[in-house]
Write a protein that binds this ligand. Structure first.
Ligand SMILES: *Cc1c(COP(=O)(O)O)cnc(C)c1O
Length: 472
């Protein structure tokens, strides 16, 4: 047995590279990321390409040299599709990719702190909880609030909706009498969450919007009143603070009043819009957000973190904990709390130490540059909105945040704008995405990358001008 152990150990130890090999790999990796970042200004926002060598790569018994693997990443992963690290990504809602976060991820993964439970890593949990408290303070929540750092907005919405379901005791016996209210502009992850939680069996009321794509609160009131009178339970209203298509913010304060009146859970999806709370001039538009029972925001959007960072916040932490705490015999050492355990605030037990990728840039840079960047995004979007109109385009409403939509008017705008979208993708200098609003085709411009500045918007406008000229 001892001989066998010795043999196995010799092979198993190759999982632990020597100090020399580690620094060689580390240097190559950092040299590459350095070159990647330096070359971003010259890189297109979108490349249509295949990944032939990657497709052919087999998992083998023996390892391969790091150079070979890095080359695949460089040539095929980072050279095909949308480039979300680029300031020329203006499609969907761009994520960020702050470099300091990548250092945080490296440190978090290499030291592998267990961020699920306080006693396992008091420091890691403290960092996460401090980040959550900072987000709660942005929303204006009291000290009874808490939340969870998640992989993104979809899971954050799911956690909030499940907590709402459990707090209101919605179950198979009463779900068909429970009503949920939202507009047609609600993010599709809400529908996924309703299905996962069984709430797709509840009554779903799609509330009409005004011409700024905001929830019509008079219509919401009528719907809730009618449901109540019919013996149904107005259970939850889901408002959006920054819709994906146009960045619309629902009338948050007015909706809060109705939720209080009808005893409904009030959830706000601010995955995209939430970080604009950092700007004083947006305080009025977000008035009432602190009256919500739950709020979602995505640090991988408005805080420019790499993908994999969302947050759910509940005004009453106990409701979040009640919806997620389970005791297990093999976890008996973990109970007795000094800090709330992240594992008691969501479905995950083991989880990455997500707080570090947010904590590091926030403390390294301070808040000021985040405010400046968000304010810059708003102005860049307004500039784009004005300039694109001068070029003869029809636009959506004046952008409330940093998203606008545009289409070229004319004889057959549906066909023309689809062709234009294809040409813009084929050009690829700047990446845009399209949508369908009220049955009409629109191209969207979403400014949300910390790397988007005036130069990128000018490239975008030039590119659009050239593509239109090619089509007319
Ligand atoms: C991006 C977004 C989501 C989904 O978040 P993911 O992080 O992509 O899971 C949900 N709601 C809104 C309003 C969003 O902008």
């Amino acid at each position: 047995m001892l001989d066998q152990l010795e043999e196995l150990e010799a092979v198993a130890r190759t999982l632990e590279p020597t100090a020399d090999l580690r620094s060689e790999i580390q240097n190559q990796a950092f040299e590459y990321t350095g070159q990647f970042i330096e070359s971003l200004a010259q890189r297109p926002g979108f490349i249509q390409a295949d990944c032939p060598n990657l497709s052919a790569l087999q998992v083998t018994e023996q390892g391969k040299p790091f150079e070979e693997l890095l080359a695949l990443l460089r040539d095929e992963v980072n050279n095909a599709g949308i480039n979300p690290a680029s300031g020329c990504h203006l499609g969907y809602i761009p994520g960020g990719g702050l470099w300091a976060s990548s250092v945080g991820d490296m440190l978090a993964a290499a030291t592998n702190r267990y961020a699920g439970i306080f006693y396992a890593s008091p420091g890691a949990v403290l960092i996460e909880n401090q980040m959550i408290r900072w987000l709660c303070s942005l929303v204006g929540y009291p000290s009874t609030a808490h939340g969870n750092l998640t992989s993104g907005g979809s899971i954050a919405n799911l956690i909030a909706i499940q907590a709402a379901r459990d707090a209101h005791g919605i179950c198979s016996a009463n779900v068909r009498q429970a009503a949920v209210y939202f507009t047609a502009q609600v993010h599709h992850c809400v529908h996924k969450a309703l299905r996962i939680t069984g709430l797709h069996e509840a009554i779903q009321r799609v509330i009409p919007m005004n011409d700024h794509y905001q929830m019509d609160t008079a219509a919401l009131e009528v719907a809730m009143k009618k449901d109540r009178e019919a013996g149904l339970t107005p259970f939850m209203v889901i408002a959006s603070a920054g819709t994906t298509d146009t960045g619309a913010i629902d009338p948050l304060d007015a909706v809060a009043g109705l939720c209080e009146q009808y005893g409904a859970w009030y959830h706000i999806d601010a995955a995209y819009g939430g970080f604009f709370l950092l700007l004083d001039e947006y305080r009025e538009k977000f008035r009432g957000i602190d009256r919500a029972d739950s709020v979602v925001m995505d640090p991988h959007k408005g805080m420019f973190l790499p993908y994999g960072s969302g947050a759910v916040l509940l005004k009453d932490a106990q409701k979040l904990i009640a919806a997620n705490t389970h005791q297990a015999a093999y976890m008996q050492d973990a109970y007795g709390l000094d800090e709330i355990n992240p594992a008691d605030c969501g479905p995950e037990l083991s989880r990455p130490f997500r707080g570090l990728r947010m904590w590091l840039p926030l403390h390294l840079h301070g808040v000021e540059p985040f405010r400046a960047a968000l304010r810059e995004k708003v102005l860049l979007c307004r500039y784009f909105h004005e300039e694109i109109q001068k070029m003869g385009f029809e636009t959506g409403p004046f952008p409330e945040l940093s998203v606008t939509m545009f289409r070229y008017p004319g004889k057959d705008p549906e066909v023309f704008n689809r062709k234009l979208m294809d040409l813009l993708h084929a050009d690829g200098r700047v990446f845009f995405s399209s949508t369908q609003v009220d049955g009409r085709f629109w191209i969207r411009c979403a400014v949300c990358s910390f790397r988007t500045h005036l130069a990128e918007i000018r490239i975008a406008l030039d590119m659009i001008g050239e593509c239109v000229a090619n089509l007319i």
